[in-house]
Every structure is written in structure tokens, then in C-alpha cells.
Design a protein around this ligand. Structure first.
Ligand code: ATP
Length: 360
């Protein structure tokens, strides 16, 4: 089992609150990505779970046992570091077997377990090499092997792929996700890379300035962002966010953004300032002439077009905001063109202008 529960966890460094009252349930077998921008508290949170840093307040429970005061060695959690932290003078086999030697297991048991782990990670042919004779990806697998050999309750990883080049990172991403499925163990994974989080995690915990903004499956946080922060963090480019005003007129909700007044849906919404959010891939170009049922949501001018190969992104000036439109290439517009943009109603999000929380 590897169930981890964080209860109102807080860590201060002098006047800085690095982690601020974070409560999070990590189920056995979950792959949770702690995601957020630099300095949001991801590493601090992971180090507290590992027992490398005492919390200022709050509790950590592993399988219902309060481990807040328990030293790292006795938590039965394995930390995989960014730098791999391999012993340069030891072979791959000795590096992997090291945690068992420290625990004074028999030579035979260590040999058995090392070969089992080497097979799982396809390291069998490399067991006699030393770390300097390995590629970055292989070193990373050895570091994982050293964690795996102890059969821990959970794996804690801090940006384990950040030292790999782009191609190897993509390959290792798939390997890690497959390994997680095979082992069925709990993974807690720190990253600032949304693609890593989206592709590997079963759940994403998004942090902003030490606070938990949202926890959900990759699809939930992407499709139903809880706040402007989440909407603006995920996606490439991220969700377009525009200042807008909403009011109800005879049962129809009208949203005014960049001068265009659009009936969105029926229902009561209190008149208020909002932030209108639409993902670049949900915007399409509409005819400039107004046709019934195809009313444009926004109007603007195409500034630049980026060619991504299979897709294009058109950046359009809409009022004071730049709005990105992403779609299959060619999008069919040219730079300098005046365009109208539309989106399906269910793809349009509204956020409270003050708190940033999602209304619709
Ligand atoms: P990155 O992605 O850049 O590693 P992070 O999200 O992991 O960032 P943390 O390293 O957890 O962020 O840092 C969170 C905040 O706490 C930052 O403002 C950082 O400067 C501060 N902090 C972290 N460790 C210490 C420390 N030992 N002493 C003082 N401040 C610290």
C-alpha cells in the first residue's frame, strides 16, 4: 500500500511561506504530478513528504500512520533525485544493490533482487559498468532501480527528466508511465513541465505561490480549469483570457468582450466584470458578415502566423489583447487580415474578475 495524506501542510522560510496549508489525498497507485511555475513550492512539498524537511505546521500520513515526526529512512518512501546521486566508483549492480547492503541483507538476496530490478528496467547488459560509462537516460534508470530495489510504498521524484535532451525525455516519459502501470505503485512527481504532467500523471496537483489551485485528472484540469491561473498555465499557447462584462437581458446572458456583444446562453447571471477564457484550439474563423446562428464572438486583426508543421497558430490583436487561434494547417488567413472569431458555447469559460475562480 502507498496512500499518502497531506493535512494542512505548511512550510515557512523566514518571511516566505513556501507551502501554504496544502491538503491532498494521494491514493495507492496514483501517479500525482506536483505541477507549477518555478518557486511555487513543489520541491519543498516533496521534501516534506520524504522527511528531508520538517513542516512548520500540518501532518503527513502514510497508510493512515502519522509520519510527520518519522525520519526519512523509516518512512519507506524512495526519493529519486534530479542529479541521480549515483556513486561514481560503484558499478550499476552495486549502485542498485546499495540500499539493501545498508540494510544488511544477504549477498544472495541482494543478487536476486538486483537482477530482478535490472530486468524490469532493462539494465541487465549494463550491470558491470560505472555511472560515467552510461548515457543520461541509463543513469536515470539506475537511479530508479536503486529506488525500486527496496520495494518502497511510494516513489518521490523531483524533475527526474530535466537532465535529458528533448528526444530522450520523450522516450523516458513513455517508459516511466509504462513502469508506473506495471508496478502499480504510488508515484509523486515534481515537474514544471505541463507536458510531462499531462502525459504521465493520473492526477495533477497544480500549485501557485505555495497554495493548491486545483487537483484533478489531466482532462479535468485542462477542460475545466478552476481558476484563471490554471487556465493560463496549461496549454500551448495557454487559454486566451480577455477582460469582459456579463449581464442578463430578458433571460439571455450577454457577454461583452472587446466591444462585441454576444448572447451566450439563457439563465440568470448577476451583472459583473469577468474574464472570458477560450482555448486557442476552440476558436475558429467565422465569416465577417453576420449570419444567423454564426454570430462572431470576437473581431480582430491577424498579426503573425506561426507554422508548427502540422498545425498553425494565428496571433490576432483583439482590442488590447493578443488572441491565439490554433488549428490544422493552413488556417486560411493571412497576416494583416481582419477576422471574426467564434467558438462553441460550451467551450467558452467565464472567470470571476476579482477572485479568478471559474464561474462557467
Ligand atoms: P523550482 O521549480 O524552481 O525548483 P519549486 O516550485 O520547487 O521551484 P521551491 O524550491 O519549493 O519551489 O521553493 C518555494 C519557495 O521557497 C521559493 O520562494 C524559494 O525561494 C523558497 N525556499 C526554498 N527553499 C528555501 C530555503 N532553504 N531557504 C529559504 N527559502 C527557501
Amino acid at each position: 500500500m502507498g496512500r499518502i495524506e497531506l493535512d494542512q501542510l505548511t512550510r515557512r522560510f523566514g518571511a516566505t511561506t513556501a507551502v501554504d496549508r496544502v491538503s491532498l489525498h494521494i491514493e495507492d497507485g496514483d501517479f500525482v504530478a506536483l505541477l507549477g511555475p518555478s518557486g511555487c513550492g513543489k520541491t519543498t512539498l516533496l521534501r516534506m513528504i520524504a522527511g528531508l524537511l520538517p513542516p512548520s505546521e500540518g501532518r503527513i500520513l502514510v497508510d493512515d500512520e502519522d509520519v510527520t515526526e518519522v525520519p526519512p529512512r523509516r518512512r519507506d518512501l524512495a526519493m529519486v533525485f534530479q542529479s541521480y546521486a549515483l556513486y561514481p566508483h560503484l558499478t550499476v549492480a552495486s549502485n542498485i544493490g546499495f540500499p539493501l547492503r545498508v540494510r544488511r541483507r544477504s549477498k544472495a538476496e541482494i543478487a536476486d533482487r538486483v537482477s530482478e530490478v535490472a530486468e524490469q528496467l532493462e539494465l541487465g547488459a549494463l550491470l558491470r559498468r560505472r555511472p560515467k560509462e552510461l548515457s543520461g537516460g541509463q543513469r536515470q534508470r539506475v537511479a530508479l532501480g536503486r529506488a525500486l530495489v527496496r520495494d518502497p510504498k511510494a516513489f518521490l521524484m523531483d524533475e527526474p527528466l530535466s537532465n535529458l535532451d528533448a528526444k530522450l525525455r520523450t522516450a523516458t516519459r513513455a517508459e516511466l508511465a509504462a513502469l508506473h502501470r506495471r508496478l502499480g505503485s504510488t508515484f509523486v512527481y515534481v515537474t514544471h513541465d505541463q507536458v510531462e504532467a499531462m502525459t504521465m500523471a493520473t492526477r495533477i496537483a497544480l500549485l501557485n505561490a505555495g497554495r493548491l489551485e486545483q487537483v484533478g485528472t489531466p482532462a479535468e484540469v485542462y477542460d475545466e480549469p478552476a481558476s484563471v491561473f490554471v487556465a493560463g498555465f496549461l496549454g500551448s499557447p495557454p487559454m486566451n483570457l480577455l477582460p469582459a462584462h456579463v449581464r442578463t437581458d430578458e433571460g439571455r446572458v450577454l457577454v461583452t468582450a472587446a466591444g462585441v456583444d454576444v448572447p451566450l446562453w439563457t439563465g440568470e447571471t448577476p451583472e459583473q466584470d469577468v474574464t472570458l477564457g477560450i482555448r486557442p484550439e476552440h476558436l475558429t474563423f467565422a465569416p465577417l458578415t453576420e449570419e444567423p446562428g454564426a454570430r462572431p464572438l470576437l473581431r480582430g486583426t491577424v498579426c503573425t502566423i506561426e507554422n508548427l508543421g502540422s498545425e498553425e497558430i494565428a496571433f490576432c490583436a483583439v482590442g488590447d489583447t493578443t488572441v491565439a487561434v490554433r488549428g490544422a494547417r493552413p488556417l486560411g488567413v493571412v497576416e494583416g487580415e481582419t477576422v471574426a472569431l467564434t467558438a462553441r458555447q460550451e467551450r467558452v469559460h467565464l472567470f470571476d474578475a476579482g477572485s479568478g475562480r471559474r464561474l462557467v
